[in-house]
Ligand binder design. Structure first.
Ligand SMILES: [Zn+2]
Length: 147
């Protein structure tokens, strides 16, 4: 299945879209890294996506201007599929991830006040409430472990 490709005006981009992190039509987003098919499927099924983008980006190993399908989570990170040409035919995908490779630390209210005050209003106290912040990009994440 192929989604209809539509050229967007910048005003139609999501609020979190940042050209500095995500590059342009012929480049790759920051944090670009190859992953296995198993990692791709696991992350795709766990997180889903909110925004899709098609690019023709320069990839050294695959030749000039490979087709790149970017699947963004709800922010400047996500997964990518790159169809690989072999003998002039597309025969397989290579799998990639992009964005921060998060290193989450568990936080409580005191740590948030000291190190990540911008997330204080998101803090949820409780025995089953796990609050985390990525040490690298400062992304906040909440997980309820009561189920
Ligand atoms: Zn991060």
């Amino acid at each position: 299945m192929l989604d209809k490709i539509v050229m967007l005006d910048k005003k139609d981009y999501p609020d979190w879209y940042d050209d500095k992190l995500l590059g342009g039509y012929n480049s790759l987003p920051k944090g670009w890294r190859k992953i296995t098919e198993v990692e791709y499927v696991h992350q795709f099924c766990c997180y889903g996506y909110s925004h899709i983008e098609f690019r023709q980006a320069l990839m050294k190993k695959l030749g000039p201007f490979s087709s790149v399908y970017l699947y963004f989570y709800n922010g400047p990170e996500g997964l990518a599929l790159v169809p690989v040409l072999e003998d002039c035919r597309y025969k397989r995908f290579d799998y990639y991830a992009f964005g921060c490779k998060h290193e989450f630390e568990s936080v409580n209210k005191k740590i948030l006040e000291e190190k990540y005050p911008e997330h204080l209003n998101k803090y949820t106290p409780g025995n089953c409430c796990n609050n985390y912040v990525c040490k690298k990009c400062r992304k906040f994440m909440f997980q309820d472990s009561s189920d």
